[in-house]
Design a protein around this ligand. Sequence first.
Ligand SMILES: [Zn+2]
Length: 377
Amino acid sequence: MIQEKRLVDEFIEFVKIGSESSNEGKFCNIIAEKLRKLGAKVFLDKSGEKIGSNGSNIIAKINGDNNLPTILLNAHLDTVTPGIDIKPIIEDGIIKSDGTTILGADDKSGIAIILEVLRVLNVEKISHPPIEIIFTLSEEIGLLGAKNLDYSLLNAKYGYSLDTHNVRKITTSAPSHNKIYIKIYGVESHAGASPEQGISAIELAGKAISRLKLGRIDEETTSNIGKIKGGTATNIVAGYVEIEGETRSHQEEKLQKETNHIVNVFKDVVQESKKIINGKSIAANIKTEVICEYKKFNLPIESLAVQRVIEAGKRIGLDILSSKGGGGSDANVFNERGIPTCIIGTGMQKVHTKKEFIKVEDLVLGAKLLLEIIKFC
Ligand SMILES: [Zn+2]
């Protein structure tokens, strides 16, 4: 049986160990040791060196019934900032920080749940499939750990990322995501003496942005310009601006369409800026770059990973709903690498803010659901 006190105590222990992205080393070693004590074969990879973290991805394997397909369990080791010196408070069944930091339930609630479930499997000698546990680095800064993992080490046929809010709602799909980087090189000139001899990169950026369709494009597609930076002084016609934007969609064609829309509008505006000054042609220039952050996934309701959760939910009196996600997580990468993975909830709420909290009853419920999933795999 899931033991509430043991689970809560361990969760509290975890959140007190700071593990902001790129600085997961200490937390990583503590978790690796706990997994070894639970009988797992633990492997720490070298991806930290590659991505600038002092930790490692943890790959832990636990033997099980080889007649059953191997199951993957995942959570991430890192947190967003401010995540150092967290002082958790338990009040009226709710765990929160003291308001000066995040809590780190994202994603330490996932790690605590997985360890508690492994403990119950051990103590109660419950038969289960072979289990592969992947605790990743630097999920919050671009899924870097998951992207750099060696997938040839894994046998998992399907899996679960414990990395969303509501225990009663699983995420079975998530969009593809492109990042768009645009650099506009204008022509500098004195803003008072000879403005006509310049081409303002800021003006071009403004013109382009005003022509864009942004925000929610349709129910499965969004786009945004999130960052703009440029210019040097008020008396200089701006020679340079950089812009960062993004598009997301559950459909690849729509993602490409909106990405092209943004890039082409900027290119058109820069093209239109050509002019002749004193018999000489001047023009702005543009450089654009599109980077695919991750690919979409969409698990059908009949798939093994989804069905296992729905059935497990029924057995413990939970009506599990499936939902579409709007963000990316390690699950996007696992799905892309051929391991159908859906995202299940841990109870974490208001994540990425200092108001982050988790109800003890939800944390316990998350553990009960995961245990129930594994028991009947
Ligand atoms: Zn997370």
